[in-house]
Design a protein around this ligand. Structure first.
Ligand SMILES: Nc1nc2c(ncn2[C@@H]2O[C@H](COP(=O)(O)OP(=O)(O)OP(=O)(O)O)[C@@H](O)[C@H]2O)c(=O)[nH]1
Length: 186
């Protein structure tokens, strides 16, 4: 699912989900997940396109009604990064207008073999106005944060009062995210 809408999250839905094809230590996709935000339990239902990105008509069905999309690329795989632009264009066309999008550069634990710098991810994310962080499904780095940030945003939208300041997901992610250690930079 790298370079694809790796996870599409909807809140509290009854639709069955797919399982991921592998089992890294921390799952970025494939399960229902309950995240507690300010004492409120937010249930995220997560769908993984699981390699079906070749079949665009199938993936449309995955993300058409999603409230949030996690776009993953692999920092050791340039084509997965290059695909992100095409996915953002697709999403613009087919997803909900107010869908929450997050860009994730996965495999941040890998110290040799990195071909995409953190700055490249940051620049792309800034261009599209979406939050960005690097993650590792192996060590768990920023995985919980990705889901928590999405849950906070969705909860905020659902219950926002007119007098409340809006939740800024990009600021929140920037303030909370962990950076990979020095040695994994190019
Ligand atoms: N080191 C490291 N390996 C990872 C990480 N995430 C996934 N992998 C490994 O990368 C390989 C591919 O993982 P997948 O989750 O199958 O990749 P994918 O892009 O989702 O594949 P499809 O869903 O089939 O498109 C597996 O061997 C995983 O264990 C990570 O964060 N760090």
């Amino acid at each position: 699912m790298t370079g694809t809408p790796g996870a599409a999250a909807t809140r509290d839905s009854e639709t069955p989900q797919r399982s991921p094809p592998c089992s890294p230590s921390y799952d970025l996709t494939g399960k229902n997940k309950v995240v507690t935000v300010d004492g409120v339990r937010v249930k995220l239902q997560i769908w993984d396109t699981a390699g079906q990105e070749r079949f665009r008509s199938v993936t449309h069905a995955y993300y058409r009604d999603a409230q949030a999309l996690l776009l993953l690329y692999d920092i050791t795989n340039k084509s997965s990064f290059d695909n992100i632009r095409a996915w953002l264009t697709e999403i613009h066309e087919y997803a909900q207008r107010d869908v929450v999008i997050m860009l994730l550069g996965n495999k941040a634990d890998v110290s040799s073999g990195r071909v995409i710098r953190s700055e490249d991810g940051e620049t792309l994310a800034r261009e599209y106005g979406v939050p960005f962080m690097e993650t590792s499904a192996k060590t768990g780095m920023n995985v919980e944060l990705a889901f928590l940030a999405i849950a906070k945003e969705l909860k905020h939208r659902a219950g926002q009062r007119a007098d409340e300041p809006s939740f800024q997901i990009r600021d929140y992610v920037e303030s909370q995210k962990k950076r990979p250690s020095c040695c994994s930079f190019l």
